[in-house]
Design a protein around this ligand. Structure first.
Ligand code: FPP
Length: 257
């Protein structure tokens, strides 16, 4: 009861502090961590935590779109997550199918466009088809981009981009001295987004861990980092408001004074 009360009190405070006119980050990236611990606390199997995590994704997508976020990048499956038990990987590969089957009509209503960054060619057929179908079904939407990092790893992404650039240089299409930060930025998976939005202004990680876990290593060079102890399935509108208020209080100097 007291925990419930203090939570409500905290929420009320954040509602008063939250002011959209102080600036909403154009691009927010989230490491959605803590599904397993959320389930464990309830003596449920880990997959129950992932299912609830999927529901949190639905809620946060709508809230971020309502706040005017332009790109929401969510770390849904890393290139390292294949190391999990087979049954959990199988469940995580089925999640996009359930997610898009049930949520694409809402995405269309909200004018949200789906993008997926990652090595989707290595996904099981049913996962890959669900992802490609959702991209196709939402391709004309002009609102927020819901960008799933799925079978994504930042070091691999940088390697792939470097190989792409090296091949161009070998073919004589590019002079090695002409390779700039922009060349690499263009060659990364986020290169499909406009230049002013491809790097997130705000990176959030739930569950209390303070690690980056091979996520957007190049793109977060100047991002504000926000860590919360909340477990991902508990992350809601108020949690996002708290992260944005924290972001708004910071002065971004990009190395200047
Ligand atoms: C990390 O929590 C979470 C994941 C590896 C999976 C993220 C997936 C979702 C949030 C579901 C939504 C996905 C889609 C495609 C809509 P963890 O399992 O590492 O938690 P733990 O650290 O507490 O064990």
């Amino acid at each position: 009861m007291s925990a419930l009360f203090s939570r409500k009190k905290k929420d009320k405070t954040i509602d008063m502090k939250f002011d959209e006119s102080l600036g909403i980050p154009k691009h927010i990236a989230i490491i959605m961590d803590g599904n397993g611990r959320w389930a464990q606390k309830r003596k449920l199997p880990r997959i129950a935590g992932h299912k609830e995590g999927m529901n949190a994704v639905k809620k946060i997508t709508k809230v971020a779109s309502k706040f005017g976020v332009k790109i929401l990048t969510l770390y849904a499956f890393s290139t390292e997550n294949w190391r999990r038990p087979d049954s959990e990987v199988k469940f995580l590969m089925k999640l996009p199918v359930d997610f898009f089957d049930s949520f694409v009509p809402d995405l269309i209503k909200e004018n949200v466009k789906v993008n997926v960054m990652g090595y989707i060619e290595d996904l099981p057929k049913h996962t890959k088809s669900a992802v490609l179908r959702a991209i196709e079904q939402t391709k004309h939407n002009t609102g927020m981009i819901l960008n799933f990092a799925f079978n994504y790893g930042s070091r691999s992404e940088i390697l792939t981009a470097t190989q792409k650039i090296a091949k161009q240089a070998i073919k004589g299409m590019l002079d090695a001295d002409a390779i700039t930060e922009e060349t690499l930025s263009d060659a990364l998976m986020t290169g499909v987004f406009s230049k002013d939005m491809r790097d997130p202004e705000l990176l959030i990680r739930s569950s209390g861990e303070k690690r980056i876990s091979n996520f957007l290593l190049w793109q977060i060079a100047y991002s504000e980092l926000y860590f919360t102890n909340e477990l991902w399935p508990d992350f809601d509108e108020h949690s996002l408001k708290r992260a944005i208020v924290s972001y708004q209080k910071r002065t971004r100097r990009f190395g200047g004074v």
